[in-house]
Ligand binder design. Structure first.
Ligand code: PBG
Length: 327
């Protein structure tokens, strides 16, 4: 074993050519999944105030955006729907004429090469804003499962390529798997938000998706931020129930969880670089306090280094064009 002065770790950092030869983690555009908010409306493109550069679109305006997304080489979208009507049981979530179902058909008609992942959760569709059916002020796990399964099947019927339950009910992966299989969708993978924390980093998303809970919070179903062993139990449960890919969310304050999960399972691991993480970068960059391009690439690289195979990120479009330029 050599030590200084024979050993000099700076030797391999001397030029960019050397640095790039020994670089251990790389961000590739093929790792990125771009989230899209679709609103049940017409001719609508509206910026989310707390997420500069992120827009909500009505389905008819999607094709133009999608062309650019596909041209950038981004392989996949994650769809969230904002319905016109909300009710106690989130009926528009599993309506074949619902906004996400309509958006899927539009996407498959215009840019079928884009992989369509759909968020399966009731919070954008319920009038109380919780992720499931509420009885006596508590989100009823087992009554919610059937509705989630119905929602996943209706997304698959509309043409979704992957369904992604984000509700954090127990048993939803198994229930959704069974429902998909019974309906002839045994080929549709489930991307489970296995370890989703009750996080303050979702603030801007709730503005974008109009999905803030009207009362209480999500702490009786989303995970408690201090816990990592529990994340491994969630992951174990979801893999056992048939999850094909698993997600950790948020990403940056949970890189340790991503790493531990990566070491524990062999299925693809996805990280969600969430709305609050995006908003913080944007706000600081707009004031000239940080260098946005470098910060974004550093963040996406760190998520890969922690062990994620894929990253859901609102930065996908700009990151894709920066990655293209630097090739
Ligand atoms: C809920 C859902 C949320 C996000 C994705 N799916 C919000 C929540 O749980 O309150 C957050 C995504 C983000 O912050 O970017 N279905």
């Amino acid at each position: 074993m050599a030590y200084f002065p024979e050993l000099r770790l700076r030797r391999l950092r001397r030029t960019e050519a050397l640095r790039s030869m020994v670089r251990e983690s790389h961000v590739d555009v093929k790792d990125l999944i771009y989230p899209l908010f679709v609103v049940e409306s017409h001719n609508l493109k509206q910026e989310v105030i707390s997420m500069p550069g992120v827009f909500r679109y009505s389905p008819d305006l999607l094709p133009r955006e999608l062309e650019e997304i596909a041209r950038l080489g981004i392989p996949a979208l994650l769809l969230f729907g904002i319905p016109r009507e909300k009710d106690e049981v989130g009926s528009s979530a599993y309506d074949s004429e619902g906004v996400v179902q309509e958006a899927i058909r539009v996407i498959k008609g215009s840019t079928p090469e884009l992989v369509v992942v759909t968020d399966v959760c009731l919070c954008e569709y319920t009038d109380h804003g919780h992720c499931g059916v509420v009885s006596d002020g508590y989100v009823d796990n087992d009554r919610t499962l059937e509705l989630l399964a119905e929602m996943a099947v209706s997304h698959a019927e509309a043409g979704a390529d992957i369904v992604a339950p984000s509700d954090m009910m127990d048993g939803r992966v198994g229930t959704i798997r069974e429902a998909l299989d019974e309906n002839g969708f045994e080929h549709i993978p489930i991307l489970s938000y296995a370890a989703k924390y009750a996080s303050a980093f979702y603030g801007p998303f709730r503005e974008a998706a109009e999905s803030s809970p009207r009362f209480g919070d999500r702490r009786s179903y989303q995970m408690d931020p201090p816990n990592w062993r529990e994340a491994l139990r969630e992951v174990e449960q979801d893999v056992a129930e048939g999850a094909d890919l698993i997600m950790i969310k948020p990403a940056l304050a949970y890189l340790d969880v991503i790493q531990r999960v990566r070491l524990a399972v062999n299925c693809p691991v996805v990280a969600y670089n969430v709305s609050g993480e995006y908003a913080m970068v944007k706000a600081a960059a707009q004031r000239g306090w940080v260098e946005e391009r470098q910060i974004v690439i550093e963040i996406l690289t760190a998520i890969k280094r922690a062990g994620a195979d894929l990253t859901v990120t609102y930065h996908a479009r700009e990151a894709a064009s920066w990655l293209q330029e630097s090739k």
